[in-house]
Design a binder for this molecule. Structure first.
Ligand code: MG
Length: 377
């Protein structure tokens, strides 16, 4: 299912006061908007961020390493969303529309929303109201029945044609997009929301958001060895390295990416690649390990983990790998959607010692750090 996401960050944030737009407020070392974007990126083939032109430089600085499309917003929320919708890919199935000021994205919730919207056309996260509600008019106080009341959040998920039709159908400027779908008389599914999926609106929200966004770090390591044989290509970090021999194995035998995947899985305590991609399974025969690396990244994202940086050390007596290091780094960075300066690849010989030194095989070690802002992780 192809998902495009629109993050709306073109509001003036007038209820917050202060000089800095609320989406640029620092939450434990990261601007709010970066947390928001990182939360949606793993689920989005294209991520569109709607901003105010006068804040372009600040947003580009905050989000500089992420693959995003920036769009200028309009005077109203409606205009801003419409400009985002104009950038959605023709062949995308689901559009997620999310507030830039909601930095705590629950991955399980996003998956449920996409799933529900693919079935009914529209799905929104909702939390049952638990406080007693009162309505005050003049001096008269009245208790409101809260039984069927929900507080609605974002991201809101729509089939592409549903949300485009809803916008064409109705010219109102509403506070949420599902409202336009409701006005068409179409179905909107409620999905269980998350109370930590808060929206930065007033000054007092910032302290709470800082509590919720404390990052937790984990480290993992991986190690792998493959035998060098004739008649096989030598693939390292997805780069084909010219050599008289290649690595033997069930997949493309990319020893570097195997070590990296085990480091990533190890950091999240999610087992190893043998468990996830067994070599007895025909679908993995000859598969590019770059594809498997993206799958591992998805496994981590589904648990709320982001890979922060990786360091790969490949041990090979021959061939000389220096000319290929940059291409190897670029491949890993692309697969993990990371800036290249968070991907390190180093090569060493073993001074002729051991099986590596005798040219019988290539070994690789990898280390990575992952982050999560869920204290249960
Ligand atoms: Mg292996």
């Amino acid at each position: 299912m192809k998902v495009n996401s629109i993050i709306v960050a073109a509001g003036k944030g007038t209820r917050m006061g202060g000089e800095v737009p609320k989406t640029l407020i620092n939450l434990n070392g990261k601007p709010c908007i970066l947390r928001t974007a990182e939360g949606l990126l793993p689920f989005s083939e294209k991520l569109i961020v709607v901003i105010r032109p006068q804040e372009e430089a600040a947003f580009k600085e905050a989000l500089k390493h992420l693959p995003l499309t920036f769009v200028y917003g309009g005077d109203t929320r409606r205009q801003s969303v419409e400009r985002g919708l104009n950038q959605v890919e023709d062949d995308c199935d689901i559009v997620l529309i999310h507030d830039g000021a909601r930095p705590i994205v629950n991955p399980e919730m996003v998956k449920s929303l996409v799933e529900a919207a693919s079935q009914t056309g529209a799905a929104i996260p909702a939390v049952k109201v638990t406080d007693t509600l009162k309505r005050k008019e003049n001096k008269h106080l009245e208790t409101v029945d809260r039984d069927n009341l929900y507080a609605v959040q974002t991201p809101q998920a729509f089939r592409r044609e549903t949300i485009i039709q809803a916008y064409q159908n109705c010219a109102d400027d509403l506070t949420d997009d599902a409202g336009l779908v409701e006005k068409m008389g179409a179905e909107v599914t409620l999905v269980k929301g998350d109370k930590t999926n808060m929206k930065l609106t007033t000054q007092e929200d910032i302290g709470l958001a800082r509590l919720y966004t404390k990052d937790w770090q984990r480290v993992g390591m991986g190690y792998d060895v493959h035998r060098l044989v004739t008649g096989r290509k030598l693939i390292l970090c997805g780069v084909e390295v010219p050599y008289e021999k290649g690595l033997d194995g069930h997949s493309d035998a990319d020893v570097c990416l195997h070590a990296l995947m085990d480091a990533m899985l190890g950091a999240a305590a999610l087992g190893d690649i043998g468990a996830h991609f067994p070599n007895t399974d025909g679908q993995y025969k000859g598969i590019s390990s770059l594809v498997l690396t993206q799958k591992v990244q998805e496994l981590l994202a589904n648990k709320g983990y982001f890979t922060y940086n990786v360091d790969i050390t490949v041990m090979a007596q021959k061939p000389k790998l220096l000319p290929y290091i940059q291409a190897m780094r670029d491949n890993v960075a692309r697969a993990l959607k990371l800036p290249t300066d968070r991907v390190s690849v180093k090569a060493t010989t073993t001074e002729g010692l051991g099986f590596v030194g005798r040219g019988e095989g290539i070994a690789c070690m990898a280390v990575c750090t992952i982050q999560s802002h869920n204290s249960n992780n």
